[in-house]
Write a new protein. Structure first.
Length: 136
């Protein structure tokens, strides 16, 4: 299969590989798996007080397209609000990377991962006023 130059570039030089502290209040973690192939993607965001994503990191155990999709996504979400990041569609990722049809689910994994990371961040902040993290 012929991969696009962009896939190969992100695969060989992945941006933002790493981990953030999943227990930090300003970090959201999304971990998703692809039923189609068993690959796993972990994506984390660090959110500023203004609701803007300041940092993003990923670790992907999977194919080159999944690594490229998550690498691209971490670049895209930095500087975006949670709402904006939540609107990113896998089709935009697939288009940017010119993924072939058989690799579309790799970009779906990235969309699922950012949505899961946002949900995790929001859960932490709903819990905030329910006693566990009460200010003294
Ligand atoms: Fe094996 Fe994606 S199917 S790495
Ligand atoms: Fe399964 Fe890419 S994530 S083949």
């Amino acid at each position: 299969m012929a991969y696009s130059d962009k896939v190969i570039d992100h695969y060989e030089n992945p941006r933002n590989v790493g981990v953030l502290d999943k227990d930090a209040q300003d970090v959201g973690t999304g971990m998703v798996g692809a039923p189609a192939c068993g690959d796993v993607m972990k994506l984390q965001i660090k959110v500023g007080a203004d609701g803007v994503i300041e940092d993003a990191k990923f670790k992907t155990y999977g194919c080159g397209s999944a690594i490229a999709s998550s690498s691209l996504l971490t670049e895209w979400v930095k500087g975006k609000t949670l709402a904006e990041a939540g609107e990113i569609k896998n089709t935009q990722i697939a288009e940017e990377l010119a993924l072939p049809p058989v690799k579309i689910h790799c970009s779906v994994l990235a969309e699922d991962a950012i949505k899961a990371a946002i949900a995790n961040y929001q859960e932490k902040h709903q819990g905030k006023h329910q006693g566990r993290h009460q200010d003294q």
